[in-house]
Write a protein that binds this ligand. Sequence first.
Ligand SMILES: [Zn+2]
Length: 399
Amino acid sequence: MLRDPSNNLGALLRHLHLDGPVSRAVLAERMGLNRSTILAATAELSAAGLVSEEAPGDTGRRGRPSLVVRPEPGRAHVLAFDVAVDRVVAARVDLGGTIVERHEAVRPRAGADLDRVVEALTRFGRQLHRSAPAGSTCVGLGASYCGMIRPGDGMVRFGPELGWVDQAFGAELGRRLGLGRPVIVGNEAHLGAQAEQRRGAGRGLRNLVYLHGDVGVGGGIIVGGTLLDGDGGYGCEVGHMVINPYDGRPCGCGSRGCFEAEVGERALLDTAGRPADEFGRDAIRAVVDDAVRGDPRASDAVRRVGDWLGIGVANLINLFNPAMVIFGGMLRDLYPAAAATVQRRIATNVLPVARERIRLRICDLGDDATLIGAAELGFEELLSDPLATLARTGDRSLG
Ligand SMILES: [Zn+2]
């Protein structure tokens, strides 16, 4: 059988992929299905090699224990790619979400044309494909990119960090990889938000805001369990909320006083008096470390930039009433040092009922949040229709 009209197989596999091994009894309860339906679905997935079953350890209870179902590593994997401001990463990720192999290269900020970026990722992708276990099928390709992406074909419409406008990134990477599959591309902050919601700090939450800092600030806003991607897929550009229009710093978008101009990498480094040739995560961490040690200029910079961060976050909380705001990218380094300032802004500027239960956290998945989000894009087809996807993807050698 290659069709799954009831979608039980996909739904069951998604549970295992996201939550790990779980007993049949618990699956039946979570999915609202009877145990014989779970048994049948598990048998089909097991025959396809996607799951395995085993008796649980001693439960201390009497009677026959419910078998534990686990996602089978080594049967289906995806290749995930991440184009960030200072690095490119490629990884093979198994069903269940484990990164089993990765390659990473530093990306110089200047001269990052499409050809060079795709060339590096293709080299990594082919290595990962070759080293995959013989029985494992590549079921999808996903990529994260630090810019505005057209859904469908992975065209980078606007990628100011690399200076890209209308570059056919997804199509070109797919063509050069030669695996006969398209590369599904997403915006890094959108993917970071989804990864943190599925596997990280925001697990199980239906309303959250994820902020991803690097040169600028990207946003991923999840409302009612759904990412707000907007009409064209370009939503959540929180970095260009204008918060300081009169005296603000110039922004890469051509405007002035945008959120990301006030809290991005350059804002912190300039305010701390660091020279223009210092940039990147190490430079950010150095300022934060100096501030924590009590250096007055670094402390002042963290406080001032933290205040703008708090203003932006307060606006987002008032607008979306999220359960959690999650800080990723370089904001993962900045937020802990600026937390008191941000909290003060929230206390001052957020309506009391909207801040009653708000939690602010750094992301759980660290710098892999966007990469893991890209892997989830790659798994989507398998999790929607497991057997048909396996039949379609089969064994493909490099073209
Ligand atoms: Zn802007």
